[in-house]
Design a protein around this ligand. Structure first.
Ligand SMILES: [Fe+2]
Length: 194
């Protein structure tokens, strides 16, 4: 796989989140990219196949790092992309989908916010290409709880590093702030590309 390069995001219109919080979170994202690229580099070495142990081997570490870091990179990019502070009133296809599936946007956010309290890593609202249906999914870590063939439409990072600087242990308030900043034009664009 090609080396990954960090994307840039404009957080200038994000409300109720400090520059320190957002810039440190962005730095974490770049560290995942560094680790992913190093793991890819190591995988190209022939020496790495001299030990194929499932107990302890360089190739196992590199393979596990590849999955963990690449999932993290993709999730962080979708999270930063839908966190702009713009277009945060629901409209369009996402409104129709949520009304049909949950009855109202209020019902949807109540369920999403409850899952955000119960889960340790990521909460996503996805279109599942296998069942042709929409679900809220929770992941306890980047590579734990991933649903194959599900396309994320809304992505929220609930790792503590996402909010501790601004909100301490008050995740509930942070999740409210996320919805104040969720960009529905980004979400509708994802639906258009399913
Ligand atoms: Fe994060």
């Amino acid at each position: 796989m090609k080396q990954v390069v960090a994307k840039r995001y404009d957080f200038s219109n994000v409300k109720f989140m400090s520059t320190a919080q957002l810039s440190q979170h962005y730095s974490i994202y770049t560290k995942y990219i560094d680790s992913f690229n190093k793991a890819q580099e190591d995988m190209l070495s022939n020496i790495i196949t001299s030990n194929c142990s499932s107990n302890y081997s360089d190739i196992r570490s590199a393979q596990k790092a590849t999955t963990f870091c690449l999932d993290s990179i993709k999730l962080h990019e979708m999270f930063f992309e839908n966190l702009t502070g713009n277009n945060n009133k629901i409209y369009g296809n996402i409104e129709e989908i949520i009304d049909e599936k949950f009855g109202s946007y209020k019902n949807f956010t109540e369920k999403f916010k409850c899952i955000a309290q119960a889960i340790r890593g990521w909460v996503t609202f996805c279109y599942d290409t296998t069942s042709d249906d929409y679900f809220i999914y929770g992941q306890d870590s980047h590579d734990d709880g991933v649903i194959l063939c599900a396309k994320p439409l809304i992505v929220l990072d609930v790792y503590e590093h996402s909010y501790m600087i601004d909100y301490g242990i008050n995740r509930e308030l942070y999740v409210d702030v996320f919805f104040e900043n969720l960009d529905f034009s980004v979400v509708n664009n994802r639906i258009n590309h399913i």
